[in-house]
Design a protein around this ligand. Structure first.
Ligand code: ADP
Ligand code: MG
Length: 270
């Protein structure tokens, strides 16, 4: 089955009003059903690129095309592409978390019944029930991050753009978020995440863009994350399991603990 191109961006450049170049010379393509990660060190332009891909800011140079259309209505874009910003304080602005979760769906005139069903699922998944009636500013950073993700998921977008979604949540929440995002992807949702900590990338992405203001590399998660030289040259930490695999000379370098266990068992007959 031919897949649809969700986003096509060419030669993107973004210059902030103070003259700082956020990104330049970046090409990006996203196909329906993909799971893609944008990686790069701090200040490499991940958030800038994601905001362009979410249609929140327009590139200073180059173009971005959504769903193969020459131009797209903002309303259609908001309905189909959900973006979770890096700083949850930028998206949680209602008196309570519940109202923050209701806000987007209400704007898009979602049926109350459908919303309630979604809300139930999301609050269970993200363990948000205790916080629904609290003001967002009372939450911890990790709780805010979960609420911000909830407010994007509540819209049931076809495409999810998530800016470092796990940076402040605890390990349990991280694991359940990753599991849920993979399930959404199996149901057809296209996912883009940004990360500077590479440990979660193999669990959530098949393809990777490496950014360092410019586009440095694009390829499969395996090829990119096992290229220690490339990662180091661009200010990224080589994932410990990859380092271990490379030093032991195991031909299929493990990217996840499960994979490492399998490879080591094979190799050492454990
Ligand atoms: N509002 C802004 N005004 C000026 N410069 C900015 C602004 N936001 C980000 N930048 C700069 O743009 C570059 C890319 O930033 P950003 O996209 O936030 O990177 P990342 O998300 O990878 O950490 C950095 O040099 C950063 O300092
Ligand atoms: Mg960022």
């Amino acid at each position: 089955m031919a897949r649809d191109k969700v986003i096509e961006a060419k030669n993107l450049k973004y210059r902030y009003p103070d003259g700082t170049v956020g990104i330049e010379k970046v090409d990006f393509e996203l196909w329906s059903g993909e799971k893609v990660a944008i990686i790069g060190p701090n200040g490499s332009g991940k958030s800038t690129l994601l905001e362009i891909l979410g249609g929140l800011i327009e590139p200073t140079e180059g173009y971005v095309k959504f769903f193969g259309k020459e131009s797209i209505d903002k309303y259609e874009l908001r309905r189909r592409v959900g973006i979770m910003l890096q700083n949850p304080d930028d998206v949680l602005f209602n008196p309570t978390v519940r109202e923050d979760l209701e806000f987007g769906p209400a704007q898009l005139q979602m049926e109350k019944e459908e919303f309630n069903k979604i809300l139930e699922g999301i609050s269970q998944l993200l363990d948000l029930k205790l916080y629904l009636n609290k003001p967002p500013f009372r939450l911890s950073k990790g709780e805010k991050q979960k609420a911000a993700l909830g407010s994007v998921l509540a819209l049931k977008p076809e495409v999810l753009l998530l800016d470092e979604p796990f940076s402040a949540v605890d390990i349990g929440a991280k694991q359940s978020m990753i599991k849920y995002l993979n399930r959404l992807n199996e149901d057809g949702v296209t996912i883009v995440v940004t990360a500077h900590d590479l440990t979660t990338v193999p669990l959530l992405a098949d393809r990777v863009y490496l950014l360092n203001k410019r586009l440095i590399a694009e390829g499969s998660t395996r090829d990119t994350l096992t290229n220690a030289e490339l990662l180091k040259n661009n200010g990224l930490e080589v994932p410990p399991l990859v380092e271990l695999g490379l030093r032991l000379g195991i031909n299929l370098v493990p990217l996840t603990v499960d994979e490492a266990v399998r490879r080591l068992r094979e190799r050492f007959c454990l």
